[in-house]
Design a protein around this ligand. Sequence first.
Ligand code: MLT
Length: 323
Amino acid sequence: MRRLIGAVLIALAVFLVRAEAENYPSRPITVIVPFAAGGPSDAMMRILAEHMKQTLGQAVLVENVTGAGGSIGVGRAVRSKPDGYTVSFGHLGTHVANGAIYKLGYDLVTDLEPVALLPSNPMIIVSKKAVPATSLKEFLAWLKAQPSPPTAGTAGAGSGSHIAGLYFENVAGIKLQYVPYRGTGPAMNDLVAGQIDLIVDQTSNSIGQVRAGNIRAYAITDSKRVESASDIPTVDEAGLPGFHMTLWSGLWVPKDTPKDVVAKLNAAAVDALNDPAVRKQLENLGLQMPPKDKLTPEALGAWQKAEIAKWWPMIKAANVKVD
Ligand code: MLT
């Protein structure tokens, strides 16, 4: 009798999960952005969320849960119910680099289910306006002439701006003093105010301030110029050949989220990326669309693993200290 009751309860539970998945979504969805509002990750996700809500027929809300290079926000998503109502926004920093820096308490590959690869951001080398340099070569000379390490704003250890800073130190043979913020949105405020010397930032975050003449831009860390900022040279043109880094982003959900829920979220993200108005908004910020053959959940999973293999050795060699 007891076994029969057990079997009925299990069947009921499976039925309920299936029923919920079939009716998904039946209430608003929250996307956890692990960096401060107003920054590049927040801006991209809010543009996509506006369109995803049309496809999904439910509000897609952005919640900023910040700290520890984004690892706190990702942890919140990992621990949430695997029902598709909590989604983790992240990027090369949060879903690759942090695994080589922090004792996360979760596994970036096995505790999360990939949903969709999102646009990538070429990085840009920018400084406060007061720096007396008008080219990358002059800027490098200025950096090397400073009596103490110049201050570089980041979104915390392991964030995209931090990894880009480590890479910049490596290729330029300089030493930087990192100043962590809860996102490069707040870091940008201090750069404009001249409180810090530089950021190796996501182009989409800097482009507005560059155009307004509030900060100086020296080079894009890519082999090709950004169409919407074609006056800014590449590192290859500006004298730091090969310093290439674009920060790709993506969406994940907690492991054990039903496959058809993952498929619905993926379809909504792909729909948004295929929408001409959404593309125009994102490209105007300097963002690059993901390749068409990398838009499946499996493609993001494979890409994340390949990036872990590529970046962990460099990051571990940098021996980043976190509290
Ligand atoms: C942000 O939105 O603040 C960034 O993604 C931070 C970073 O990783 O540099």
